[in-house]
Design a binder for this molecule. Structure first.
Ligand SMILES: C[S@@+](CC[C@H](N)C(=O)[O-])C[C@H]1O[C@@H](n2cnc3c(N)ncnc32)[C@H](O)[C@@H]1O
Ligand SMILES: [Zn+2]
Ligand SMILES: [Zn+2]
Length: 204
């Protein structure tokens, strides 16, 4: 698969840290206390039309934290797709950071192809039950620029019943590129925005 992906992720969570002097009861250390693990019982299963997917093994309440997208940080030029082998597990980090890269036409991605956790199996849905946020888990208020890069953290957007597939919105910029290459969304949403049928109707 050769394409560029631009995910819009502009929602930022700043969590408390040890240096906040918060009491042990502080509830603002959810992502930071998870250390890259998956926080909710779930399983990887084969789907009918989307390859493998991640499924809830218990009911999940709205707002529960699933886990972070993990992988290798890679820099690629989306206009030069031949420079990488497989971008199926790319998650574009956040576009604002790209201006700090040495070559302004390149972009920073988290690539879960070789290294990652089960969030690499999260498929797209046009009616998603998860939402991704950027979470800074070691914010240093005296030296903000010393803080590490944010993590990409997935939370339940609504109540999710046991057995449901866990999915987030890959965004229109992802699907615009995919649709233009003849790849279409196979999600089960009542209203799918990026199906072949929708694409054909929009062309009329
Ligand atoms: C991050 S991977 C998700 C896991 C993948 N299904 C697997 O088996 O490894 C992204 C890939 O999953 C597939 N995919 C995800 N959501 C999809 C959807 N709504 N419709 C069709 N394919 C989808 C596409 O092949 C996409 O490149
Ligand atoms: Zn706190
Ligand atoms: Zn869809």
């Amino acid at each position: 698969m050769k394409r560029s992906k631009i995910h819009d992720r502009n929602k930022l969570i700043i969590e408390c840290t040890q240096s906040c002097n918060c009491p042990n009861s502080c509830v603002n250390q959810v992502v930071g206390s998870c250390l890259g693990k998956i926080n909710i019982e779930c399983s990887v299963r084969k789907t009918e039309k989307m390859g493998y997917g991640l499924f809830a093994e218990r009911d999940i309440d709205e707002g529960e934290f699933l886990g972070c997208y993990l992988g290798e940080m890679v820099i690629h030029d989306p206009k030069n797709p031949g420079s990488y082998i497989d971008d199926a597990y790319y998650f574009e980090y956040f576009t604002e950071i790209n201006q700090y890269l040495p070559n302004p036409s390149t972009a920073l991605y988290v690539d879960a192809r070789k290294y990652g956790n089960a969030t690499r199996f999260l498929n797209h849905s046009c009616q998603p039950n998860l939402e991704g946020f950027h979470a800074i888990i070691n914010f240093d208020k005296d030296n903000p620029s010393d803080s590490q890069l944010p993590s990409i953290a997935f939370f339940a957007k609504k109540f999710i019943s046991k057995g449901s597939q866990l999915q987030y919105d890959y965004t229109s910029s992802y699907w615009n590129v995919m649709n233009s290459q003849g790849v279409f969304c196979n999600c089960d949403a009542k209203v799918c925005h990026y199906s072949y049928k929708k694409f054909k109707n929009n062309k009329k």
